[in-house]
Design a protein around this ligand. Structure first.
Ligand code: HEM
Ligand code: HEM
Length: 231
């Protein structure tokens, strides 16, 4: 008795997001690896942008209309958490809220990072105060990290209390040990998924090439040395 819930694009998105966020977060503190930070950070933003669209047009369980976020679902979920009287096939009500918050905070974090870069380097500057952008970017990154912590706690607790459902295995194989309707990708979903992973890869490449004040300075020095201009 198995049901196919998370199709390949959702699972691929999940693991690329997990890697992208972890690397971007760690590199945020390394000035000498700033371009890698831009690349992974922008990659995360682009991945999430496509996940938001997939939430609107995507298949069963990954579609936002299958996220049971209503207050009555939250109450019922909390009341019956230990009694196991109700099993949720896709995300449970609390997980649905956390997932949506991860997507919203994640994309805002990526956008604020780009605006900060633009303000620091005077390119297409948004006019927003640089200090405010720096604070917001750091704050959003911290909230993102806290949400990931809550998510991992939720997965762990689900594994302890609802072991038979096989939630952890589902993000690797796509299947949960539940009897319900399988998810199914149509032609549109498949074409969309190709763009979903190609465009963030292009964004990664472009963001890596962003020039910061340091690289601009190095380029000027190199070009002066090349032309033998030492004034
Ligand atoms: C930085 C690390 C991580 C982030 C940002 C993250 C984020 C997310 C997001 C956004 C979803 C929703 C997927 C969707 O609907 O498209 C999700 C689902 C899920 N994640 Fe993670 N995740 C991370 C790490 C992990 C790890 C380490 C595990 C455990 C092995 C894990 C297990 C799961 C599971 C089992 C689900 C499906 C939950 C369900 O069926 O309701 N995640 N995660
Ligand atoms: C969701 C993706 C991202 C995460 C999780 C993230 C995380 C971080 C973190 C943790 C810091 C260090 C904050 C501090 O302690 O001062 C940081 C700094 C920064 N980030 Fe991001 N970031 C992301 C995306 C981006 C993007 C897309 C860009 C630009 C294209 C960017 C540009 C910057 C800049 C310019 C700094 C300040 C570096 C400095 O002046 O010291 N970030 N980010």
């Amino acid at each position: 008795m198995k049901t196919y819930i998370w199709s390949l694009p959702t699972r691929l998105f999940h693991w690329l997001l997990a890697i992208g966020f972890t690397v971007a977060y760690i590199l945020g503190d390394f000035d000498n690896l700033e371009n890698w930070h831009f690349a992974f950070g922008a990659f995360v933003g682009a991945l999430i942008f496509f996940r938001l669209l997939f939430g609107l047009f995507g298949p069963k369980y990954s579609n936002f209309k299958d996220f049971p976020i209503a207050l009555k679902n939250q109450k019922e979920f909390i009341r019956s958490y230990f009694s196991k009287s109700k099993t949720y096939v896709g995300h449970n009500p609390v997980a649905s809220v956390i997932m949506l918050l991860i997507l919203i905070i994640g994309i805002l974090c990526s956008i604020s990072g780009y605006l900060l870069y633009a303000a620091e380097n005077n390119v297409l500057s948004s006019g927003i105060n640089e200090g405010l952008l720096e604070e917001s970017h750091e704050f959003l990154a911290t909230v993102f990290l806290v949400l990931v912590g809550i998510h991992l706690f939720g997965v762990l607790s689900d594994t302890l209390f609802h072991r038979k459902t096989g939630t952890i295995q589902s993000i690797f194989t796509g299947n949960k040990n539940i009897e319900s309707k399988n998810t199914h990708l149509n032609g549109f979903h498949i074409t969309f998924s190709l763009l979903w992973f190609i465009i963030p890869a292009v964004v990664f490449y472009l963001a890596y090439g962003l020039q910061n004040n340091e690289t601009k300075k190095e380029n000027r020095i190199e070009s002066r040395e090349y032309h033998g201009d030492d004034d």
